[in-house]
Design a protein. Structure first.
Length: 472
């Protein structure tokens, strides 16, 4: 190759590299703000009602029959198969349409001034009925756990899309300088979706959720090893930052900017996280209200997560995902479900009351529910065991509840038929839920997009509508 041709090629490469670096420099200036990617760089489309989200995800699918949607007709059909005309369109994971109906053993009563019908298995939460919006007409397209969770959190059953928390952080940024904007708290035995429920997808990686561990040190390597001072660590980080910034200007790779921001945030978290996790200054009344000193370790764990969620809202964290597993009661429903309700009832009610008494509920959107519901028909995996009865997956009609920022409490939205097989009034699809949550945060869900692989993507894909009845 002639030298002039080689110089021409090199010049072109330099040109594109320098252009990329120029564009990259602008991007870096935008991303690396004074608080290193924690401040919002976008504005909502209109004034938001909610500034924070606490999504209490009950993995596995809580049974609406026992908790939220009483169906006396189950008693009539108990032990019998339903007519094929009623079950022919059901999507069932493990049972056949001919499975017998199982009546509910839970009793319902009215709570609050609104008179909301609510299960006796969640009495303390029922006492908050006037602040809750119960949606009895949820439906989804997926009838197995992982696809259902992907659809709930990413709007698609395909891998690789950003999750709800990532979209919210991308849209609004975080008010917290020293903590991640999207934090994940876990309890129970682990979810089917795992990290895919809080992944960043094709968004830059700093938008994904940061998980606090539920055992041992919540944040690994939070303390410096012996011999490493904060000053020496700062010096090392400054060197790494300078090298990364040079590489960023050469390549324009936004993931390098994300890496810089992650290092800086981790450095600040070393100071902020111990204070966040220290409950010693919480009054005894708060500890008692949440159940922090309960003799049951599972209650203490869930109570700690609820109190942590409130403390993170106070410190500006934008999105908190609480994942509790597992509500997948294929067996021993009448044994497992009351115990699980007893675990979460007091701490969840305490979170609602605590946010309200601090003036935070109006700006904090609470969402509670699973990826689908349960069937009216019984599932029996051990016929020899009389207490083995459970329920299969049911995506066609189930319940969730919401409270706080932008949501009108003290009401029930939607209605199902007499066996909760199908919805007969005000259906709310998962995409509608997503659109409504984004609306409460000040976003038109059709306009909150990110360009990837040549097209604009959004959380609700090509569907979704804001459910006006849910709004305050």
């Amino acid at each position: 190759m002639h030298w002039d041709q080689f110089r021409q090629i090199q010049t072109r490469r330099d040109f594109f590299r320098q252009c990329a670096g120029g564009v990259g420099a602008m991007a870096l200036a935008d991303l690396l703000t004074a608080d290193r990617l924690t401040a919002a760089t976008r504005q909502p489309h209109f004034a938001p009602k909610a500034k924070h989200v606490i999504f209490m995800f009950m993995e596995g699918g809580p049974s609406q029959y026992e908790l939220f949607d009483e169906k006396p007709l189950l008693q009539k059909y108990h032990g019998q198969s339903l007519p094929p005309s009623l079950t022919k369109d059901m999507k069932l994971a493990f049972i056949k349409p001919t499975a017998a109906v199982m009546a509910s053993s839970a009793k319902f009563q009215r709570y609050g001034k609104c008179g909301m019908e609510w299960s006796e298995w969640l009495p303390q939460l029922g006492a908050c009925a006037d602040d809750l919006c119960l949606v009895r007409s949820m439906h989804t397209d997926a009838f197995n756990h992982h696809p259902g969770q992907l659809l709930l959190f990413t709007g698609s059953i395909q891998f690789g899309r950003p999750t709800l928390g990532a979209w919210v952080l991308y849209g609004l940024g975080s008010e917290s300088e020293d903590l991640p904007g999207f934090v994940v708290l876990t309890s129970g035995k682990g979810t089917s979706g795992g990290a895919s429920n809080f992944a960043g997808g094709f968004l830059p990686s700093h938008y994904q959720g940061t998980q606090l561990r539920d055992s041992g040190d919540p944040v690994l390597y939070l303390s410096n090893p012996p011999g490493i001072t904060r000053e020496s660590q700062r010096t090392a980080l400054d060197l790494v930052r300078d090298l990364n910034e040079r590489r960023y200007h050469d390549t324009g790779d936004v993931e390098i900017a994300s890496r810089i921001a992650s290092y800086e945030l981790a450095f600040r978290m070393q100071m902020a996280a111990p204070e966040l996790l220290d409950f010693s200054k919480e009054p005894a009344t708060i500890r008692e209200m949440y159940g922090l000193d309960n003799s049951d370790p599972e209650v203490r764990q869930f109570a700690s997560n609820c109190l942590l969620a409130r403390r993170m809202v106070e410190r500006g964290v934008r999105f908190i995902l609480m994942m509790d597993a597992s509500w997948d009661d294929h067996t021993e429903l009448n044994k497992k479900l009351p115990k699980r309700c007893a675990k979460i009832d007091q701490p969840t009610a305490a979170l609602v009351k605590d946010l309200k008494q601090r003036g935070l509920l109006d700006e904090t959107l609470l969402v509670w529910g699973g990826e689908f519901g349960r069937t009216p028909m019984v599932e029996i995996r051990k016929p020899e065991d009389a207490d083995n009865a459970g329920r299969d997956h049911h995506p066609n009609a189930y319940s969730m509840w919401m409270a706080g920022g932008g949501i009108r409490g003290g009401q029930v939205v939607g209605k199902t038929d007499d066996l909760c097989l199908n919805i007969v009034e005000d259906p709310v699809h998962v995409h509608d839920l997503q659109a409504t949550l984004l609306h409460c945060l000040g976003f038109d869900h059709t306009r909150l997009t990110y360009k990837h692989m040549g097209r604009e993507f959004r959380l609700t894909d090509v569907e979704g509508r804001v459910v006006k009845k849910l709004l305050a």
